[in-house]
Design a protein around this ligand. Structure first.
Ligand SMILES: Cc1cc2nc3c(=O)[nH]c(=O)nc-3n(C[C@H](O)[C@H](O)[C@H](O)COP(=O)(O)O)c2cc1C
Length: 153
């Protein structure tokens, strides 16, 4: 069974949470079987990362950067997993007010340090998520499971 870790920043009832729900709904649409640990980034740790075969990251943009919670996850896990998570497939989705690019750049830069493997273009949703945005998030979830299970990544 494919093991997926989904970590996220943002607050309960926020826009990132809405995107997380859509990504999770997409996971459930996949025909392949999987197990998902969906955790607020502050509650996730190195053990979760070492367990995972695929990583999904959802975060709001704060001050042109990923949320503090997601950064904290990186700070706490980087040395603990160094050299043990190379080529881990990952994908990112961002809720932003009007930009999002700083968050994508910052996550991608740190992901290079972990040597994670990007398997989808980052999704940036600006403002209130539309039906189309939620569909993109569902598709991300669905293709992420399928790609992992079929060994495409
Ligand atoms: C402290 C703070 C800083 C923010 N900085 C940015 C920013 O730099 N760029 C941007 O596009 N939006 C920024 N925003 C807007 C949020 O990214 C946007 O409202 C997002 O949808 C919030 O997601 P949430 O509801 O999950 O918290 C900021 C919001 C907050 C609260």
């Amino acid at each position: 069974m494919t093991r997926i870790l989904l970590i996220y920043g943002g607050h309960a009832g926020g826009r990132t949470a809405t995107l997380v729900q859509a990504v999770r709904a997409g996971l459930d649409l996949a025909e392949e079987s999987f197990e998902c640990r969906a955790l607020p980034a502050l509650q996730a740790g190195a053990d979760d990362l070492l367990w995972a075969q695929g990583l999904l990251i959802g975060t709001p943009e704060h001050f042109g950067y990923m949320s503090g919670a997601v950064k904290d996850f990186m700070d706490r896990t980087f040395y603990a997993v160094e050299g043990k998570v190379e080529s881990l497939p990952y994908a990112l989705f961002v809720s932003a007010g009007n930009d999002g690019s700083g968050t994508v750049n910052s996550v991608e830069r740190i992901a290079l340090g972990y040597r994670w493997k990007p398997v989808a273009e980052a999704i940036i949703v600006r403002g209130e998520p539309t039906a189309e945005d939620l569909q993109r998030c569902r598709e991300l979830g669905q293709t992420f499971v399928a790609g992992l299970a079929l060994g495409v990544f």
